[in-house]
Every structure is written in C-alpha cells, then in structure tokens.
Design a protein around this ligand. Sequence first.
Ligand SMILES: NC(=O)c1ccc[n+]([C@@H]2O[C@H](COP(=O)([O-])OP(=O)(O)OC[C@H]3O[C@@H](n4cnc5c(N)ncnc54)[C@H](OP(=O)(O)O)[C@@H]3O)[C@@H](O)[C@H]2O)c1
Length: 328
Amino acid sequence: MRDIADPLALIDDLLEILVVPSFTRAGFAVRRRLFDWASAESSSMVGRTVVITGPTSGLGREVAGSFARMGARIVLVGRDAARLERTAAELRRRTPGVPIGTFVADMSSLASVRAATDRMLAGEPRIDVIVDNAGAMFADRQVTSEGFERTFATLVLGPFVLIARLLPRLVESPDARIVAVSSGGMYTQALPLDDLSFERGTYDGPRAYARAKRAQVALIREWARRLCHRGIVANAMHPGWANTPGLEASLPGFRDRVGGLLRTPAEGADTTVWLAAADQAREATGQVFLDRRPRPFDRVPSTRLSPSDRQRLWSLILAMTGEPDPTA
Ligand SMILES: NC(=O)c1ccc[n+]([C@@H]2O[C@H](COP(=O)([O-])OP(=O)(O)OC[C@H]3O[C@@H](n4cnc5c(N)ncnc54)[C@H](OP(=O)(O)O)[C@@H]3O)[C@@H](O)[C@H]2O)c1
C-alpha cells in the first residue's frame, strides 16, 4: 500500500494510471523532478562485470555506454559478429580503456546461447550483472530450426538458458543482479500456459510479443523467489516508449503518431542502469519497474498469473529447454 500522505507517490500513481503520459518522455520528466533523481551513472561499477544482450542498437547500446562510463567491464552479447565489433569499437573510442568482452549468440537459438555461455564461463572469471535486453517482434509466425516459435525463443527461452548457465558465476558475486527489459505491452495480454508457442488461433506479432514479455516477467519473479536466499536480486523493468530502431521496426508509424513525446534511448535505459547499479535498487526483488519505482504486474485481473501458474511456467520452460533446474 502506498502512504496516502505521500503526495509525490500519489502524483506518480496518477501518472501510472494514465498510460500515455506515463510511457512518454513527459512521465520520465515529471518523475525525475518529483523524486529529484541523481544520475543513474552516479554509482560506481568499477570492478564489476555486466553481461548485456542486444547491445548493438537502441536501449542496449545506451546501457552499454552508461556502464562503460561507470567503469564496469562490459560483456557484449550479440548475434552478428561485425555489428558487435562495431559497437565495441565505438565504446572504446568514446570511453578509452574500457574493458570489453564480445560473444556471439543468437538468443533465438538455444545451441548458440549454450555455446556462448560455455565461452563466457571459460573467459570471464567474474559476472555481477546480467541485463536481458535483446528483443524483437515478428510480423509472421516463424519456427526456429530447434522447433520453437521465434518470439518465445528469442524473448524467453534463450534468455532463460543464458541466465541458467551463467548462474554459477553470478552466485559468486557479492552483489549479483539480473535485470530483464520487458515491455508495457505485456499489460495487454494474458499468457496461455497451454499454448506458449502460439499454435492456436491466428498468430499476431504484437500479441505474441506481449505474451512473451509477460512470460519474461513471470520468470523474473521465479528467479527472484528461488535466488533470494543466495543474495541475487532479479527485477524486470519496462522502458515506456523510447525512440529506437526497434520501436520503429516493430510498430511502423508509431513514432510519427507520438511525435516528440517518445523518450530518448537514454531515458528509456535509465531504470535498467539504475536497477543494475544503485544501492537503493537492492531493496526490491521480483518486481517490475518503470522509472525507478515498482509497478503493478497487471492492469486487469484476467492477465494475473498465480504463484502456482508461475511455478508451472518454470517447469514448462525447463521441459522446453531441456535444462536441469538451475536453482535446485
Ligand atoms: N524502444 C521501446 O520503446 C521499447 C518498449 C518496450 C520494450 N522494449 C524492449 O527493449 C529492448 C531493446 O529494444 P530496442 O527498442 O532497443 O530495440 P532495437 O533497437 O531493435 O535493439 C534490439 C537489440 O536486440 C538484438 N537482438 C534482436 N534479436 C536478437 C537475437 N535473436 N539474438 C541476439 N540479439 C538480438 C538486436 O541485435 P541486432 O543489432 O543484431 O539486430 C539489438 O541489439 C527489447 O527487449 C524491446 O522489446 C523497447
């Protein structure tokens, strides 16, 4: 329950109810002033290693730039070797001396993610933070060569295997964190546990994406519950609507409709950086954040997943990926 005597929280809650002002840069600007935020980059990341998926564009590139300026070792995970090297070169140019590792992995391929995590475990003696940021939306239903629907494979199965396989390193960190970049789109869809691969009904890209983002948040809640006794904090966030190549590709024309109100990539990435770095962000686990504050998991009761639903999802993911339970 919010303290009703806290007028700042009340204004923030009112913004949250009104989706458009909350998701646009207006919401970011109001909250930054309301809560008098310090820059997310004011925390030091010196000596810490951050693994970031999807660092070659949009929000991920912004997050990588922040961590470089904050002194972290950054481990970039991307599907295209040339784009990955271009991103690393740009980061080195802007932040001379920044330690960078690069690993090729297509998040839609479990084999590719497994090969990359093997290389990471061999080459990275320390991992403190995993930022699960890579994402895409697909207009048509596609099935990967491993037999999975591509949206679910990219946003849910690949990241699950990445986190599961890197867990032995993460548990060794004194301040380990997992941050999943979800989407406010998740509020629009329930997750049918008996149809995770969207085999029933007519496939629809935004619906498949929203379902997968809901699954991602449900899994973060499970990671948080299963890992809290090992000192690992796991949270999801959603960036609102930020002006990135991915937004334009996923929702053509949306940028024109929202006009100058879209967030900048830095504004969209702010809460990811804060969740990974700020001392205060260790106080919550298993939450979904927007603009540095926990938000509801649902806007309508019909999308709610009970604790047993979430445990069932966890079991289904283990069965689909063939991973042993990493938290057992
Ligand atoms: N922008 C927004 O307003 C918004 C809103 C809600 C949620 N999000 C979420 O924020 C995250 C970042 O999105 P963005 O807007 O920054 O999009 P973006 O500019 O398209 O960047 C997406 C990143 O994910 C990578 N990626 C996509 N598919 C991949 C795969 N199969 N394997 C490995 N990497 C893959 C891309 O790599 P390539 O460079 O190789 O393509 C790119 O680095 C996504 O999870 C997205 O769903 C964004």
